[in-house]
Design a protein around this ligand. Sequence first.
Ligand SMILES: Nc1ncnc2c1ncn2[C@@H]1O[C@H](COP(=O)(O)OP(=O)(O)O)[C@@H](O)[C@H]1O
Ligand SMILES: [Mg+2]
Length: 269
Amino acid sequence: MNESYRAFFGLVKEPFGTELSIKEILETPDLKGVKDRFDYAVRLGAVALVTGEVGSGKSTALRYAASHLHPSAYCVFHITATSGSIIELYRQLLGELGTDTASFSKAVLLKRIRREIVEMVCGKKIHVVLVIDEASLLRMEVLAEIHTLCQFEQDSKPWLPLIMAGQANLVDKLMYRSSLPLASRIVARSHLEGVNRQDMEVYLKHHLAIAGVKTPFFDETAITAIHQGAGGLFRKANHLARGALIAAAHDQSLTVSADHVRLAATEIF
Ligand SMILES: Nc1ncnc2c1ncn2[C@@H]1O[C@H](COP(=O)(O)OP(=O)(O)O)[C@@H](O)[C@H]1O
Ligand SMILES: [Mg+2]
């Protein structure tokens, strides 16, 4: 896509990017809500859920919450779920634990995971946290078994907190009887909605500031159009906002209006 819009607007980097550093994350009330619930589940050694539409900021919120755990005391294992079997999930986790995952049976894989985690928790006194993103992709039979990963009862306290993020159908899947052992350990839930117009304006300004902009280019009509077009969702807003900048640069206009957003919208789903 046309890169010259960056020079036209004097942007020091690609705006509305996905590779945000922790410091670049906008601290919204929703984000703090996720962090509080994340911390609570970690303290209890229990399960927390983060649900929301695609692009509502779930993965960013997980990264933000995990970044606040002290790295010398906590080790966070981050897995992106697939629709594969539980063996695949165990392999992914063992890969994160830095262990060989050759063709062992399910029972052996589980034993190895437990051994590694017990060694970290008891031997090295490190708190281990498991984060599963895109958990709505997990099969029912995987959700039915996953709790066995978390049961390391000693001093009557489970050791492995689990934070799962995914789309709203994750909750539906957890209502099935087979998911009950896992669902019964859920102590906190956050649901990320699209933001309102005012918060969208703050969001857009924040991302422009990251790209080195002091005076935002979006006029009021553009902000409304981005907010409505994106349904308040951040990822879609990123695409619309960037597309609108490109359209405005094409017009040699330093002000971005709703017309530019509409032009951008014709190329975006
Ligand atoms: N708190 C935030 N601050 C700044 N940008 C954010 C924030 N939350 C989300 N974003 C932006 O929105 C995009 C989509 O967010 P993401 O966390 O990937 O959503 P989800 O995991 O719900 O699909 C990110 O790449 C980032 O650009
Ligand atoms: Mg995500």
